[in-house]
Design a protein around this ligand. Sequence first.
Ligand code: ADP
Ligand code: MG
Length: 345
Amino acid sequence: MQEPGVIKRLDEAVVNRIAAGEIIQRPANALKELLENSLDAKSNYIQVTIKSGGLKLLQIQDNGTGIRKEDLAIVCERFTTSKLNKFEDLTEIATFGFRGEALASISHVAHLTIQTKTAQERCGYKASYADSKLLAAPKPCAGNQGTIITIEDLFYNMPQRRQVLKSPAEEQQKVSDVLSKYAVHNPHVGFTLKRHGEPPSVKTQAGTTRAENIRLIYGAAIAKELLEFTYEDALLRFEVHCLMTQVNYAAKKGMLLLFINERLVESAPLKGAVDAVYASYLPKGSHPFVYMSLKLPPHNIDVNVHPTKHEVHFLYEDEIIEKLKGQVEAQLLGSNATRSFYKQL
Ligand code: ADP
Ligand code: MG
């Protein structure tokens, strides 16, 4: 007879690392979390610097509220967040992904340093972390209001993960993709992305428009074909702002930038619906560029969101998608019939 296996408890550090590795899978995931933190902190300037596609260095500097000195001791612990003020916030908290897990996770799989200054404090403070814990008392330092998060040697303690990751060039592409999408969505914020010691590869100014940022980042060929519309549905309770190419534009590779309640997400059904509308107007095998920002009541979004599962579901999904489909089609038809193209920028 075979002996049963002996069950042992895994080492806590290993457990934490495995959990963290599920949340932070590559530099681009980490960047998404950090961008959202900077935006939540009301920044209007965000600069990202990378080395080796973010694997060697991923640094994000913002001019937001900063982190209070008193909070530096616990900021990297799991489930610590400043975004939960009252119980009523709970559903909202969950939908927006405020789980207080991003910094904690990063500290388990990389070398993490936070430099930060609030408006109230006279000087800034700098602190380093490992496995959720502060390594030494925060050191006073000079600096402007805001936060600099420095992540070095991502997955230094997960050699297998490092191996399966794509080349630095591919990681950089993914980092650039995430930053570009957030830049289009947030024209009130100036974004910069650069490789260490090089001029910026993406740079937007604060206070422009989404259309202008699309032109800047994705090019004039797309920007000059854009149709823009907003639509509000009182019955289904949603709002949408959309910038989409009209039928003159056809690319081999399509693009759908989808934001729901300010978060970059994916929705296969919505993407399918948009593709289906365009399919009857575009040559076979070609695709549009579509930016869409949806606002829904937070409690209608499936709160069972995992930080890396960007696919979302929401209440009245079929009905809302049907409505959106109708709007997109009306725009395409309108542009065909009247040639009222989006104004040149
Ligand atoms: P969450 O965003 O879910 O609260 P995080 O681990 O991403 O969890 O961040 C923990 C906390 O650290 C935030 O609630 C916020 O108070 C603070 N924080 C993180 N990044 C910044 C930043 N760039 N500026 C100001 N505060 C920040
Ligand atoms: Mg966060």
